[in-house]
Design a protein around this ligand. Structure first.
Ligand code: GLN
Length: 255
């Protein structure tokens, strides 16, 4: 098998705060492990976005993500790639800027790249920080695990599906996480999300190559997933017991 794949990590100088460039590493490496030639390109914001077969955007700070969005809108390569059917994975700030509008540092709405029918505004409560578990809604994938760290909350329009239903954490802020349209996938999950969720990586790779990919030995990834998923669920169960204990004490205290 000699498909050659170019994976582009978009603006790592602006969208590199949360280690999401690792998603590009995972995609390229999982392709190579299957004998598919893969090239990983880190496309910094000081030049035009190169042509690629798949694109990854990561999380970043408010000002940096605004600069990235402005460049991507002016450049146009990403929108053309999406029209041609190239898969795009966008995480947190990357997800927000692919929407219609997102929030500037001072809360003003800024124009996004418009590849997903979502809009993001600053939340009024506490920043969403911590582990997140979400059940995928659009493909036959196992539960998604990651961590989130964002102030913005995202509202989906009518032309986009949610990526997942949140089991634990915040995500978009309405009980769902992320959004999917065609082969454009947005999510709040860092991790990097594809290191923690290799099945999602393989789905994106199968879209990009048109191949049905044979499974890999994911024993190490499975061990990591088990540890993270059970840590979150155990904490929840612990919190549930604590609440039950408080409730019981308040009821007993009253009698
Ligand atoms: N700056 C955005 C927010 O706080 C995105 C943060 C991120 O990419 N983790 O909502």
């Amino acid at each position: 098998m000699r498909v050659s794949l170019r994976v582009v990590v978009v603006h790592p100088d602006l969208l590199g705060t949360y280690g999401d460039g690792g998603n590009g590493v995972v995609l390229a490496q999982r392709a190579r492990w299957r004998g598919i030639g893969a090239e990983l390109l880190e496309a910094t914001s000081d030049g035009p976005l190169p042509a690629g077969d798949m694109y990854c955007l990561g999380g970043g700070e408010d000002a940096a993500q605004a600069a990235s969005a402005e460049r991507l809108r002016a450049d146009g390569t990403l929108a053309r790639a999406v029209e041609r059917g190239s898969p795009v994975l966008a995480v947190c700030a990357g997800y927000q800027i692919l929407g219609r509008t997102f929030a500037a540092a001072d809360g003003r709405p800024l124009a996004g790249v418009g590849l997903l029918d979502v809009s993001t505004a600053k939340g009024t409560g506490r920043r969403a920080v911590g582990e997140i578990l979400a059940e995928p809604l659009f493909a036959d994938l196992p539960v998604l695990t990651g961590f989130e760290n964002h102030g913005g909350l995202t509202v989906r329009g009518p032309n986009v599906d949610p990526l997942a239903r949140v089991e634990s954490g915040v995500g978009n802020g309405d009980g769902t996480d992320g959004a999917v349209t065609g082969r454009v996938v947005g999510t709040y999950l860092h991790g990097p999300v594809l290191a923690r969720n290799p099945a999602l990586a393989d789905l994106l790779l199968s879209w990009a190559t048109g191949l049905s990919l044979e499974p890999l030995d994911d024993a190490e990834e499975a061990a990591l997933r088990d540890e993270r998923i059970s840590a979150v669920r155990a904490r929840h169960a612990g919190r549930g017991l604590l609440c039950l204990g408080r409730y019981a004490r308040s009821v007993l205290g009253r009698s």
